[in-house]
Ligand binder design. Sequence first.
Ligand code: T1G
Length: 692
Amino acid sequence: MSAINAVTDLTCEGDIAVLTINSPPVNALSAEVRSGLRDGVRQAAADPAVKAIVVICAGRTFIAGADISEFGKPPKGATLPELRNALEGGPKPIIAAIHGTALGGGFEMALMCHYRLAVPSAKFGFPEIKLGLIPGAGGTQRLPRLSGVENALEVVLSGAPFGIKQAREWGVVDEVVEEGKLREAALAFARKAIDTHMPLSKIRDRNEKVEAARGHPEIFDKVRREYARKYRGFEAWQAALRAVQAAVDLPFEDGMKLERQEFLDLVPTAQAQAQRYVFFAERKVWKIADVPEDTPVLPIRKVGVIGAGTMGGGISMNFLNVGIPVTIVETAQEALDRGVATIRRNYDNTAKKGRLTAADVTTRMGLLSPDLNLDALADCDLVIEAVYEDMQIKKEIFRKLDQIAKKGAILASNTSYLNIDEIASVTSRPDYVLGMHFFSPANVMRLLEVVRGEKTTRPVIATAMRLARKIGKVAALVGVCHGFVGNRMLAQRQREAQKLILEGAMPWDVDRVIYDFGLPMGPFAMSDLAGLDIGWSKEASKSSTIREILCEMDRRGQKTGAGYYDYDEQRTARPSPVVEKIILDFAAKKGVNRRAIPDEEILQRCIYPMINEGAKILAEGKAQRASDIDIVWINGYGWPVYRGGPMFYADLIGPDKVLAKLKEFQATMGEDFKPAPLLEKLVAEGKQFQDL
Ligand code: T1G
């Protein structure tokens, strides 16, 4: 055996050379791996004793793509064209032996080989689109030649991996071999290739499937229509379409050139930078400085949920979905029945869409135990309270729960704003109390804010984080403060949005600016969806705000067919002349001289105070890192991933520009814009939030 470099070994089994890549954790196609591959293949190719070459990876997976941490840095090591010439252009059959996930550049490298073997559990795919990129090493030119154009478009545009069945059908793999027997099967295949003089099969030469699509622009038009909505605001998908179209319209080499140029144009873009940042942010968010990976976790075999309303029902479904029995408690039979019926209806709808079988629905509903008695929660390992947002009601429930719940049970509140320490203080086990703040609809939204109380123990935190991963959530650890991270920042935007419609904008102006920025909807459409009467009481209402006036007029949002907008039968929102008059009258009564407000100011006044609040949250230690705040906003509030999150956005614009604008607003509009000391400090030190 000879070491080609630190991550690549070359061994010879008779006249078969085996190149083993070993670069944990995922054998990413780093400079060293590329150089090891190039030099190893060249060495084997030059060795007259060698008749065939097997490329295989050690560890948990085949090459899972280019090393994302290398992007944006000066290129080092072997280039992709060099690798291609060594592999596809090599004089001897090269066999890729695949296990785990052959993704991105790893999948492209395998497609440069002459043959591919894989174990049944192997996955293949081009996730580049999730990084604001497209395949840059021939993936958009070679895959369509195997899978056909429509399938290749789906793979490249969805970024989703596909399995062995598809890989076999498309001829991506030449042989499916037994799990755990990959190396010997690859040697046997190489043996056969030598003994039967198998040709150097090059995918580049297989043109039938791309030629079949020539003169059928409708294939691309259909996909363009399909993805236009899904990828609103994203740039890379159009480049992916152009590259696959090139595979159809252009000779292979010209298609490769076009793909490469599209790829190189995307790498430095703000969107690609943002999506790379989010890739690592989504992995960092799970790491808690003082709760190491090996912190013991508590077994969660049974969960209790208090409250069968929208949140309670959605929360329960998360656990039923992963086979954890749930006892759901309500105070009245009618409310309990309504809650259980909603859960069943949700499952039935999912089954109708073919994403669940009737048996799945029965199994999940079978794990649900509705009850009217809190005592039914005595043997739960975790109880999540999801009742009306009132401190006294929550404290009352936690007092009772503390008496009922078994020793060692974790007590969690789904409160969106309230002080977890105050709730915990009424129990004898504040060390087992924390917040688990789900987002509506709780069975759909990926975000979970795990709220660490003053006394919450590390094992309880570790248990909540591990459980979050199990139910498919992205969990961010946050500290106790009003509204935690997400809602605390949201309040800044909502405040400014209300001021803007008083000063000169209309709700639909503000919403248009926020929608065009990339969020799924603006603050006013969001309020109409949630209901304007959350926390509103008729008795206390004094027409002191536009929202109060609307509620008094029974314009409570979508549910009443009118709110800030008028809604037709299909719930399509239309700017409302009624609301316009209310706003103008209200402003006149307040003596406000309304003015035309430019879109840029609307955007800055909605987003900069959020960034400023993010800086305060970081300074107070209510979030571990700036990228956690971004993960909260991307997974809980629809912040577009291609803008990286509010804190990344601040770095992109420049914290100095955000500070300057806040000071300008402060000078004319007051202390709501007073810059956070941390922001001042960052700018003074020429740093960014990412440097924290
Ligand atoms: N580059 C660098 N680091 C990577 C990496 C990569 N491609 N993939 C994973 N890691 C790190 C990750 O940060 C984490 O580090 C550890 O590995 C485990 O990852 C030219 C341009 C493979 C399915 O997009 O989807 O090829 O946090 O926690 O859940 O056309 O990682 O431990 O320090 O995610 O088991 C295309 C990205 C690149 C695949 C494994 N490839 N990776 O999931 O582990 S672009 C991708 C994944 C490209 C070419 C183009 C997943 C995984 P740490 P993990 P996992």
